[in-house]
Ligand binder design. Structure first.
Ligand code: AHR
Length: 804
């Protein structure tokens, strides 16, 4: 039987009230076509193809012309307009398809607006909504257009609900009208704000009671090149002044192109701050640090030209917090918010790495700490949770005395299960951690087959118990990405899915909600017994290369005087199997000849450990040295001694787990081309000693991935006087568990039990079954501080126990 002991009388760290937050990025139609409730796509005809999203409507008798013009704008920042010229035989004009259609509801009000001027004749303009099947949902006629631009409005009330409606603008009668900035908004937005946000989507955020809201991303912060970076100053003020920008997710993935994806910035920085205020979240803006996305161009602003970027940060702080008498505070007030937004944190860069980042971060830090010591700065630890870039950055952050470090991880569920103890050994006195982007990937990062299933949600929950237990180090966490439109996504999995009318939370959403709504104030120590599943260090061994031609010979594996393997390759390669690369025997050595491949050959048995492996290896050309693989239990679970790896810059012992490379130890050194090296690796339990030419180069303890049958964390909610125990059972068996709330003599006899579970690990929610996997609340009678509970298979359970 397993047991959980909560030390109720030994409160630990206080939990950041802003611990569980949300990450917003305009990806998957998250803003335009999503949270920003505008229904007209390409409303200003500003896309490079000015009529993208628009279609000519010219029924049989109609005769007319459509012209796209750039001169004579109603606003200098909004130069483009469309001229509709009709001969008047029948209504003639254009229609807009919306964002994969327009979602409209029967009887509700939709406010149309456009800047219009009459050029010839006195035609009317029919403003009409059509359903997906072509039925007319509502029609309004506007007329009397002046020769100068005028903003004209109308209200439509569709006679039916339709998720894929479209808007038609038809000239009736002979004449010519010009149209600019065409818009259609539901009246029912969040807080009924004109031109506001989709109420149902914001409600999903509000229901999370998020501690913070990170905005605007994500890679979108960086841009694929600097000219396409996110610039907050372009996102405030009148909407006609907010210049359109191509969305980087428009073209990022060949396999999910979205050529009609642009950023209108209708949801800009003012709306971001306002949203934070509405839902009680601390604003966490992330700004470009003078680096474009390092997965794309990696373009850098020269250090002597970084000042404008730093100034943007200073100005943003003033925009958020400055008095109305300040230049940027006045702009905030002019947008309707004289009160400050109480900004307390600022992120410098998104997923950056390398010395270039550190140089730029240092400059930002110097100025911002001098001018605004009250603002906590968030630094980026790169895109992966433990690779060499990550390990380069962390010591630099310590030197810079960074406030908070933003770590990211997208990996299969096993990574999250095996990393529930990741933060147990972090430095308690160093920078704090923001686990700022994570999501379990049911298949692989960027796979279109990834699903938001229960398995992923529970693995995240297991890992989050570790974050909560380490709340003194981990101060914030957010799942990513947040939103995805079912017809417009580029990336999966995502926390919340929508179509044009509906929205649903995934099992992952409910995990987030369970942590957030049951945050508590102070951590209580938890000890689990009987939960560790067997994890034995052992596995096959291999010879490997990365972008390098190399050869190996005289391979020997011995254990306690016994030879387990001896390969001089004189008689071929019996016992070896080729996994990757172009391998053959040349002059008595086993050679990998393809300089572009990551070559790997394997030998031995999965049970092998506690042995000495010796061999000779020689690099013949290419970017790196060579690598020895041990404890190979599949492509996603093995250990590598990477000799002259990392572009031949150093040697590293690296554990591969669940699609992530964890650099466990590194040592200086590189590999010379053409020279034979004597290589030796000694394995003892979890320990590896690695020798080159008889000299110990590096050693490391690499425990095998440890997975548990049960995960738990506990907190105390001071105000409610409750102990909150969170327990995750990711396995297929019910867990009969003894629970002991040590240090208490009595507790209330009835506890609240909230359970999130599903029929199988593959269980998902959907638009049609939004609550298939959702928390269910029950009660539990308990006799005292010692009681038993059966934790269902595939479940997360929250127990709330009153102590008075
Ligand atoms: O969340 C999607 C993307 O993943 C983010 O834009 C980026 O920061 C990360 O690589």
């Amino acid at each position: 039987m397993t047991s959980i002991k909560v030390q109720a009388d030994q409160p630990g760290a206080r939990i950041n009230p802003a611990m569980w937050g949300i990450f917003f990025e305009d990806i998957n139609f998250g803003a335009d076509g999503g949270l920003y409730a505008e229904l007209v796509k390409n409303r200003a005809f500003a896309f490079p193809d000015p009529l993208m999203g628009w279609m000519k409507i010219s029924p049989s008798h109609a005769r007319g012309e459509i012209f796209v013009r750039d001169g004579g704008p109603f606003a200098p920042t909004n130069p483009r307009f469309v001229r509709l010229q009709s001969e008047g035989a029948a209504p003639f004009g254009i229609s807009n398809e919306g964002f994969r259609g327009m979602g409209v509801r029967k009887g509700e009000a939709y406010h149309f607006s456009a800047h219009i001027r009459g050029m010839t004749g006195a035609p009317a303009l029919l403003v009409q909504l059509y359903g997906a099947d072509g039925s007319l949902l509502d029609s309004v006629s506007l007329n009397g257009f002046p020769a100068n631009w005028k903003r004209c409005t109308a209200t439509l009330r569709p006679n039916d609900t339709d998720a894929k409606a479209r808007l038609a603008l038809l000239v009736e009668g002979k004449g010519t009208v010009d149209l600019a900035l065409v818009s259609l908004f539901p009246e029912k937005t969040w807080k009924n704000r004109p031109g506001g946000l989709r109420a149902d989507m914001v409600q999903m955020l509000a229901d999370l009671k998020p501690g913070f809201l990170r905005f605007p991303g994500g890679c979108i912060v960086e841009g694929s090149a600097l000219e396409r970076r996110y610039q907050w100053k372009n996102t405030i003020g009148p909407i006609e002044d907010r210049q359109l920008l191509i969305n980087r997710w428009n073209y990022e993935f060949l396999h999910r192109p979205a050529p009609d994806y642009f950023q209108s910035f209708g949801l800009g920085f003012f709306e971001f701050f306002q949203l934070c205020e509405d839902i009680g979240a601390e604003p966490l803006p992330i700004l470009n640090c003078g680096m474009a996305c390092q997965f794309n161009s990696g373009e850098l602003v020269p250090l002597d030209q970084l000042d404008p970027y730093i100034q943007d940060a200073l100005d943003l702080i003033e925009f958020a917090n400055g008095p109305v008498s300040s230049a940027w505070g006045a702009k905030r007030a002019a947008m309707g918010h004289a009160e400050p937004f109480h900004l307390k944190m600022l992120g410098i860069g998104n997923e950056q790495w390398g010395p270039q980042y550190i140089e730029r971060l240092a400059r930002f830090t110097k100025v911002l700490k001098e001018e605004h010591p009250e603002i906590a700065l968030v630094a980026s630890a790169g895109p992966l949770p433990a690779d060499e870039r990550f390990h380069y950055l962390w010591p630099k952050f310590r030197e810079l005395k960074a406030d908070i470090v933003d770590e990211h991880c997208y990996a299969p569920p096993l990574w999250f299960l095996a990393n529930a103890h990741r933060y147990d050994h972090y430095d308690r006195n160093g920078p704090k951690v923001f686990f700022g982007e994570y999501a379990a990937q049911s298949v692989a990062m960027v796979s279109t087959k990834n699903r938001n299933n229960l398995e992923c949600a529970l693995s995240e929950a297991a890992c989050l118990t570790g974050l909560e237990r380490n709340a003194d180090v981990v101060r914030m966490a957010s799942y990513a990405p947040l939103f995805a439109h079912v017809d417009g996504w580029q990336w999966t999995p995502n926390l919340i899915w929508t179509d044009n009318l509906r929205v649903y939370g995934t099992p992952n959403y409910y995990v987030q909600q369970l942590f957030s709504l049951n945050r508590g104030d102070v951590v209580l120590p938890v000890t689990l017994a009987g939960v560790e599943l067997p994890a034995v260090p052992g596995g096959r061994l291999g010879l490997a290369t990365n972008q390098t031609v190399a050869e190996f010979k005289d391979v020997r594996v011995t254990r306690e005087g016994q030879t387990l393997l001896s390969s001089d390759f004189a008689n071929g390669t019996p016992g070896w199997s080729v996994e990757r690369g172009n391998w053959s025997i040349k002059d008595g050595a086993y050679q990998q000849a393809d300089p572009t491949s990551a070559g790997l050959v394997l030998a031995g048995d999965v049970s092998w450990n506690d042995y000495t492996l010796s061999l000779k290896a020689r690099k013949l050309g290419g970017a790196e040295g060579f690598a020895i693989v041990v404890r190979y239990n599949g492509p996603e679970n093995h250990v590598v001694w990477n000799v002259g790896g990392y572009q031949n810059q150093f040697h590293g012992i690296q554990a591969r787990l669940a699609q992530q490379d964890h650099l466990v130890a590194q040592a200086p050194g590189s590999i010379e081309t053409g020279r034979w090296y004597d290589v030796k690796v000694e394995l003892k339990g979890a320990k590896l000693d690695c020798y080159l030419d008889g000299k110990l180069v590096q050693s490391a303890e690499v425990p095998p991935p440890q997975v548990q049958s049960l995960y738990a964390s506990a907190v105390r909610d001071d105000k409610a006087g409750e102990i909150i125990l969170k327990v995750v059972n990711p396995g297929a068996d019910i867990s009969e568990t003894q629970i002991h709330l040590a240090g208490l003599t009595s507790v209330a006899s009835e506890a609240k039990v909230i359970t999130l579970t599903g029929a199988s690990l593959g269980a998902v929610n959907s638009l049609d079954h939004p609550l298939a996997v959702a928390p269910v609340e029950t009660t539990l009678n308990i006799a005292g501080p010692r009681f038993d509970h059966r934790f269902p298979q595939y479940s997360m359970t929250v127990l709330r126990i009153k102590t008075r």
